[in-house]
Design a protein around this ligand. Structure first.
Ligand SMILES: CCC/C=C/C(=O)SCCNC(=O)CCNC(=O)[C@H](O)C(C)(C)COP(=O)([O-])OP(=O)([O-])OC[C@H]1O[C@@H](n2cnc3c(N)ncnc32)[C@H](O)[C@@H]1OP(=O)([O-])[O-]
Ligand SMILES: Cc1cc2nc3c(=O)[nH]c(=O)nc-3n(C[C@H](O)[C@H](O)[C@H](O)COP(=O)(O)OP(=O)(O)OC[C@H]3O[C@@H](n4cnc5c(N)ncnc54)[C@H](O)[C@@H]3O)c2cc1C
Length: 607
C-alpha cells in the first residue's frame, strides 16, 4: 500500500490551518522556510568551545583563535569537568601556575581526581582544550580560569609531551552517544604561553600581577548560560519528536472494542491514552514557546552586557538553570512515556524511541545536574525575598513576589469548570502557589542560625518551590504567546486548548501543592480535572495535525511507528527482515552447540 496516506482521515478532522501552525511552531515564516530547506542537513557544531572563547577571550585573543576554530583548523573541547568534580566548579583541582621566568603557565593534574573526565571531543579528535584550572601565582590561588591548551600535533595528531588522553569508554545504551569521544586528560607540567589564559574577565601581567576586571566574576560562567538556553530549545525538539511518533502510532494502532465486525478502537481514543499523551503534546508546545522567550531574554542580556549593564545577569542565570532543569526532565520522562504509549513495538529500535531516549537522557545531567540547577533557582528566590524587606521591588520573572502579601491572601474564585479556561484565573493560582511555597521556605530558613545549614536541611522543599516558580514561568509565557497576533483559521483556538491542557495538567499533577498552600479547594481541583477531560476531547480530532505542524520529515523521525503515511505494519515487518540474524535460516553455532543436544538419545524413551 505504498503511497497511500493511512492517516488522511485523521488529517481531514483538523479544525485549524496546519500551514500557519507550522510557522508558529518554527517561530516565524522565515524560520519555517529555513528549517524546511535545511532539515536534511546534519550539522555537527563544535559547540562548547567557540561560545566560550567569545565569552571569555579578549578581542585580540578572539582575532587569533576564532578564525582557526571557525574554519576547523583547530578542533576544540570544552574541558571543565574532572573525575572528582563536575557540579562543584569551584572544587576543580587542575592547576595553572604562572612561571614568571619563562612567561608561561604550567598546567598540572596533581591528583587522580583532577583528571579531566567527560569533555566531548576530547578523547580522540580535539586538537585543543579550553581547560578550566585554578590559577596559581606566587603560591596564591585565584580560583578557576580558562586556558587554551594544545593537546595534539597539528601535523600528525599525536598527543603532545606531558599530555595523557583517552576515551572514557562506552556510555548508556549502544546508541549514537557512543560516537561522541568523551575523554579523559591528565596534564603533567604542560607549559603554555601566558597569552593563552582567556583574559577578557581578568588578566595576569608579564610581572605576574593579577588584575581582576571591573565586571562581575559570574561572567566567567557565561558559556553555561548560553548553552543552557539552547538546551531548553533542544528539549522542545526531543519531546515533540517522541510525541509525533507516539501520536501517529496511537491513531494507527487498534486494540479491543470491535462490535459485529466493526474495526477495533484506535488506542488514541482511550481516555487513559489521551490523559498520558496530550499533556506531553501540550508540553512540547509550552517548552517551545518558553524557549523562544528565553532566547530573546538572552539576546537582551548580551546587549546589556555590551553596555556594561549587568543587572539582569542573576535572573538570566536563574531562568536558564531552572528552565534547563524542568524542560530536560519533562522531555526525558516524556520520551520514556511515549515509548510505553507505543506498547511492545515502542521497545523496538525501529520505533526510533529507544535511541532517542538513550541520546537524550544525559541532558538531565550535563550542563548542570537538574537538582543542582533547581537549587540555584531556590537561592535566587530566597535572595529576592530577603531583599523585599529593604524595599527592593522584584522585576521580571520574580515580579509576582513583590505582591507576596496580596498573594498570601489569595483564594481562587473558580465556581465552574469553565472558569479554569480564563488565563488570569490560572496565572493567579500558579503565582499564589509559587509565592506561598517560596515564602514558607524563607520563613523556615530564618529559624536557622546558620543560613547554609538551613539551606541544606530544607533543600528538598526548596527544590519544590523552585519547580513551582519555573512552572509559573512556562505557563505565563504560553499565555503571553497567545496575546500576540496569531493569524490562521483556528490556530489560536488550538493553541488556547493546549495552553489550558498544559496548565491544568500541572495543576492536577501537583494538586498537593495547590491544596496544602490553600490556594484552591478540593472542589476547585475537581473542577479543573473535569475541564481537563473536556479539553482532551477537543484536542483529539486535531491531534495528528498538531504533530504534523512540527514539520518533521520521516528521515528526521527515523521511526517506523511515526511514519507520516501511517503505513506501519508492512514497514515494521520489512524492517525486522533487515536484521542480519535473518540473513540465514540456520544461526551460527547451531551445528556445534544446539544440534548435538537435539541429537542426544532419549533416556528411557522420554524427553
Ligand atoms: C551537549 C553536551 C555537552 C555538555 C557539556 C558540559 O556539561 S560542560 C560542563 C558544565 N558544568 C556545569 O554545568 C557545572 C554545574 N555547576 C555550576 O554551574 C556552578 O558551579 C554552580 C551553579 C553549581 C555554582 O556553584 P557555587 O555556589 O560554588 O558558585 P560560585 O560560588 O562559584 O558562584 C556563585 C555566584 O555565581 C552565580 N552564578 C553561578 N552560576 C552562574 C552562571 N552560569 N551565570 C551567572 N551567574 C552564576 C550564583 O548565582 C552566585 O551569585 P551570588 O549569589 O554570589 O550573587
Ligand atoms: C553525556 C555527557 C556529556 C558531558 N560533556 C561534558 C563536556 O563536554 N565538558 C565538560 O566539562 N563536562 C561534560 N560533562 C560533565 C557534566 O557537566 C557533569 O557530569 C555534570 O555537570 C554533573 O556533575 P557531576 O557529574 O559532578 O555530578 P554530581 O554533582 O556528582 O552529582 C551526583 C548527585 O549528587 C547530587 N548533588 C550534587 N551536588 C549537590 C548539592 N549541592 N545539593 C544536592 N545534591 C547535590 C546531584 O543531584 C546528583 O544526584 C558531560 C556529562 C555527560 C553525562
Amino acid at each position: 500500500m505504498e503511497g497511500v496516506d493511512h492517516l488522511a482521515h485523521e488529517r481531514n478532522k483538523a479544525q485549524f490551518d496546519v500551514a500557519v501552525m507550522k510557522a508558529v511552531w518554527a517561530g516565524s515564516r522565515d524560520a519555517y522556510e529555513l528549517f524546511h530547506r535545511f532539515s536534511r542537513l546534519v550539522a555537527n557544531d563544535p559547540e562548547m568551545f567557540i561560545p566560550a572563547i567569545k565569552a571569555q577571550a579578549t578581542e585580540e585573543q578572539q582575532k587569533q583563535w576564532l578564525p582557526l576554530a571557525n574554519k576547523m583548523k583547530i578542533i576544540g573541547s570544552y574541558t571543565q569537568t574532572e573525575l572528582g568534580h563536575g557540579s562543584n566548579v569551584r572544587g576543580l583541582e587542575t592547576t595553572a601556575t604562572f612561571d614568571p621566568k619563562t612567561d608561561e603557565f604550567v598546567l598540572n593534574s596533581p591528583t587522580l581526581t583532577a583528571t579531566k573526565w567527560w569533555p566531548g571531543g576530547l578523547g580522540k579528535i580535539a586538537t585543543h582544550a579550553l581547560a578550566h584550572a585554578r590559577l596559581i601565582i606566587d603560591d596564591k590561588d585565584y580560583g578557576v580560569h580558562g586556558f587554551l591548551v594544545q593537546l595534539r600535533s597539528l601535523d600528525d595528531h599525536l598527543t603532545l609531551p606531558g599530555i595523557t588522553i583517552g576515551d572514557i569508554g562506552m556510555k548508556y545504551g549502544s546508541g549514537a552517544y557512543n560516537t561522541m569521544d568523551n575523554g579523559s586528560l591528565i596534564f603533567d607540567h604542560v607549559r603554555i604561553p601566558r597569552n593563552q589564559m582567556l583574559m577578557r574577565l581578568s588578566q595576569v601581567t608579564r610581572e605576574g600581577k593579577y588584575v581582576p576586571s571591573n565586571v562581575p566574576r559570574q561572567l566567567s560562567y557565561g558559556t553555561m548560560v548560553y548553552v543552557r538556553q539552547k538546551i531548553v530549545f533542544d528539549a522542545s525538539i526531543a519531546l515533540s519528536r517522541a510525541v509525533c511518533i507516539s501520536t501517529r502510532y496511537s491513531a494507527v494502532r487498534r486494540q479491543f472494542g470491535s462490535h459485529n465486525g466493526s474495526p477495533e478502537t484506535q488506542v488514541i481514543d482511550y481516555k487513559t491514552q489521551q490523559a498520558r499523551l496530550f499533556p506531553l503534546l501540550a508540553s512540547a508546545y509550552a517548552i517551545r514557546f518558553v524557549s523562544e522567550w528565553l532566547n530573546s531574554f538572552y539576546k537582551d542580556l548580551l546587549q546589556r552586557l555590551e553596555a556594561k549593564d549587568f543587572s539582569t545577569l542573576p535572573e538570566a542565570h536563574a531562568c536558564t538553570a531552572g528552565l534547563k532543569s524542568i524542560t530536560t526532565s519533562v522531555a526525558a520522562d516524556g520520551i520514556e512515556e511515549c515509548r510505553k504509549l507505543c506498547g511492545g513495538h515502542g521497545y523496538l529500535t525501529s520505533s526510533g524511541l529507544p535511541e532517542l531516549s538513550a541520546v537524550y537522557i544525559p541532558a538531565c545531567t550535563y550542563e548542570g545536574d537538574n537538582v543542582v540547577m533547581l537549587l540555584q533557582v531556590a537561592r535566587y528566590l530566597m535572595k529576592t525575598i530577603s531583599q523585599l524587606k529593604s524595599g527592593n521591588k522584584p522585576v521580571g520573572t520574580t515580579a509576582y513576589l513583590g505582591r507576596a502579601e496580596q498573594l498570601m491572601q489569595y483564594h481562587s474564585d473558580v465556581l465552574r469548570a469553565e472558569d479554569w479556561l480564563k488565563p488570569n484565573v490560572v496565572v493567579e493560582a500558579f503565582e499564589a502557589r509559587a509565592a506561598r511555597m517560596s515564602m514558607a521556605c524563607a520563613q523556615n530558613l530564618s529559624k536557622f542560625n546558620n543560613p547554609e545549614d538551613g539551606f541544606q536541611e530544607l533543600s528538598a522543599d526548596l527544590v519544590e518551590a523552585a519547580t513551582a516558580h519555573c512552572q509559573l514561568i512556562i505557563v505565563s509565557k504560553f499565555i503571553e504567546k497567545l496575546q500576540q497576533d496569531i493569524p490562521g483559521k483556528g490556530v489560536k483556538e488550538q493553541l488556547g486548548v493546549l495552553r489550558s491542557i498544559y496548565a491544568l495538567f500541572l495543576l492536577h499533577k501537583h494538586i498537593g501543592d495547590f491544596l496544602s498552600t490553600d490556594c484552591i479547594t478540593p472542589k476547585q481541583g475537581y473542577l479543573a480535572n473535569e475541564q481537563l477531560r473536556s479539553l482532551y476531547s477537543q484536542v483529539r480530532p486535531n491531534a495528528i495535525a498538531l504533530v504534523d505542524a512540527f514539520n518533521y520529515t520521516d528521515h528526521f523521525l527515523s521511526s517506523v511507528l511515526g511514519r507520516y503515511d501511517g503505513n506501519v505494519y508492512p514497514k515494521l515487518y520489512e524492517e525486522a527482515w533487515k536484521d542480519p540474524l535473518n540473513d540465514t535460516s540456520i544461526p551460527d553455532g547451531f551445528h556445534e552447540y544446539v544440534q548435538p543436544m537435539l541429537k542426544q538419545p532419549l533416556h528411557h524413551g522420554r524427553l
